[in-house]
Every structure is written in structure tokens, then in C-alpha cells.
Design a protein around this ligand. Structure first.
Ligand code: 13P
Length: 291
């Protein structure tokens, strides 16, 4: 039961004079309370958290033992999803080393096939064993000059191929200092969204550029403000589906700060770089997602 729904129900019932004070046994009374409002708020129920690791350009076959260790430990942790985006060369061996665990890619092209030297299509990475792909990471937006329009095409193609698309957004230090962080990030969300998606096909990762690999994390208040703004933008663009799209936080997430970050409203998971490389660092983050 989402906390939001619970509180709404309680206040609706109390307003109607029913005064029921516990969370069990009031479903039969919904019809007598403020039902449309309650049904509307049900779309805001807590989403199952997703903790995804991004190995970036790290890892060789020698690191497959960590993939196995992470998948074995993660399978024993209920109520949270976990995943690892490995370098493309490791997708197939990681998939083999961790049966049933969600392995992903860090980029894809938007075309199915063709003259795009060095690129991989969503179908190719899916065939290799990927179930998701990260698109629009700030390192690619910077290093490869990727635009939000291209990111949207990649997300679209990934979803068409049956992959979960994790779309990354985030402001630079200078943009935050100039007071433009929310406008920049919500603009990136708007321009990077695929044409259509349901809640299982799309996630957004908010990663402030200045927090990536620096040991600095955004304050809880800044994360809450940004995730709330991203949620509003998603609902504006996608309607009710926008309530079901998970919004992950990324940027120097580690065991010591994960619990605080993961319990901020509208933080539905994390995208973890450096601390996802070793099971000993990553598993405590997955555990921190459990309420
Ligand atoms: P770090 O967790 O190493 O800061 O990286 C975050 C990131 O970029 C994940 O995509």
C-alpha cells in the first residue's frame, strides 16, 4: 500500500465521519468515501525500486566473478530490482555468468542495421542478452555530442526492440549556479522522451553532472525538488503513465548515502557508477532500497 494512498484514504474516510484509524479493513468503505480522488491517488503508489549499476568502460572477463557474486546476492534480496549495464563486450558473457539477472548495455543506435561503423542496434544488444539499455548518459552527451532528439530516437528504438530504456538527464555545475537546473533538466526530459512508452519500458535517471564520480551528491532537498519536477514533466507529457515511470538518482551513490537518497519522495531507484563494480560495494546499496 503506497503511503500516499493510505494517507488520502484515511483523510477521506475521516472527512466522511468514518474515522477508521488503521490500515486494515477499510477497503469495503471506499465507495462511501471520496472514491474518485482515491482512485486518482492510487496511480501515485510507490514503485518497485530499481538499482542499476553502470560499469562504464570498466571490466574484462576477469570481472565476471563480480557479476556472478552480485547476481547471487541480489537474488536473495526481495522487493527491489537490480541490474548491471556492462561494456558491450561483456553483455553475452555476463548474461551467461548470471542467469536470470538483468544485464544491460550503455548505449545503442536508433537504427536496426546499416552503415554505422562501431555502433550496435537495440536488436543486437538484446540478442546478446541485454534486457535494458542506458541512453543519453551525460558522458555520451558530452564526449559524443549526443542531442536530446537523438536520445529520444534511441529510447524509442530500444523500446520497440523490447528493452527497458533508461534515459539520463542532468545539469552541469554552471547551470545549477545560474539557477537553471530545473529548467534544463525538465527540458532534457521533455526532449528525450520516446514517442510512447509504458511504465515498464522507460525509466529516467537524474544524474547531476557535477555529482558523477566526484564524491559530491546533491542535497536531499535538491533531489526532492528535481525528482518532483521530473515527475510533473512526465505526467504532463505522458498522462497517468508518467506516475509509473521510475525516476532514478545517480551521482556518487554509495552504501553510506544510499538509504537517505532512496527514501526521498519520487526517488524510485539509483544508477550507480563506481560503487557497482564490486559486489561488496553494490549489494549494500541494493539492500538500502528496501523500505
Ligand atoms: P558514479 O556513481 O561513479 O558517480 O557514477 C554515476 C553515473 O554516472 C552512473 O551512470
Amino acid at each position: 500500500m503506497g503511503k500516499h494512498l493510505h494517507l488520502k484514504l484515511l483523510s477521506a474516510l475521516e472527512a466522511d465521519g468514518l474515522g477508521i484509524k488503521h490500515s486494515q479493513g477499510w477497503y469495503p468503505f471506499i465507495a462511501f468515501a471520496n472514491a474518485p480522488e482515491i482512485i486518482e491517488s492510487e496511480t501515485k503508489m510507490a514503485l518497485k525500486k530499481l538499482i542499476a549499476g553502470n560499469w562504464k568502460m570498466n571490466g574484462s572477463r576477469a570481472a565476471l566473478a563480480e557479476v556472478t557474486a552480485i547476481s547471487v546476492a541480489a537474488s536473495a534480496i526481495g522487493h527491489v530490482e537490480s541490474a548491471l549495464a556492462v561494456p558491450a563486450t561483456l553483455i553475452a558473457p555476463a548474461f551467461a555468468a548470471a542467469p536470470g539477472f538483468s544485464i544491460g548495455a550503455q548505449d545503442c543506435h536508433w537504427n536496426d542495421a546499416g552503415a554505422h561503423t562501431g555502433c550496435l542496434s537495440p536488436g543486437m544488444i538484446k540478442e546478446a542478452g541485454a534486457s535494458f539499455v542506458i541512453v543519453g548518459h551525460s558522458e555520451r552527451r558530452t564526449d559524443n555530442h549526443e542531442t536530446s532528439a537523438e536520445v529520444a530516437k534511441k529510447a524509442d528504438a530500444a523500446i520497440q526492440a523490447g528493452l527497458l530504456a533508461i534515459v539520463c538527464v542532468g545539469e552541469t555545475d554552471a547551470e545549477r549556479d545560474a539557477g537553471k537546473a530545473v529548467a534544463i533538466v525538465t527540458g532534457q526530459v521533455r526532449d528525450s522522451l520516446p514517442g510512447s512508452a509504458n511504465g515498464d519500458q522507460l525509466a529516467i535517471a537524474y544524474e547531476p553532472v557535477w555529482a558523477i564520480g566526484t564524491g559530491r551528491t546533491a542535497s536531499a532537498a535538491d533531489v526532492a525538488e528535481m525528482h518532483g519536477a521530473i515527475r510533473s514533466e512526465l505526467v504532463q507529457q505522458m498522462g497517468d503513465v508518467g506516475h509509473k515511470v521510475r525516476i532514478l538518482y545517480g551521482g556518487s551513490v554509495k552504501a553510506s548515502n544510499a538509504a537517505e537518497l532512496l527514501h526521498i519522495p519520487d526517488v524510485d531507484g539509483a544508477l550507480v557508477g563506481g560503487a557497482s563494480l564490486k559486489a561488496d560495494d553494490f549489494i549494500p546499496i541494493i539492500k538500502a532500497a528496501i523500505a
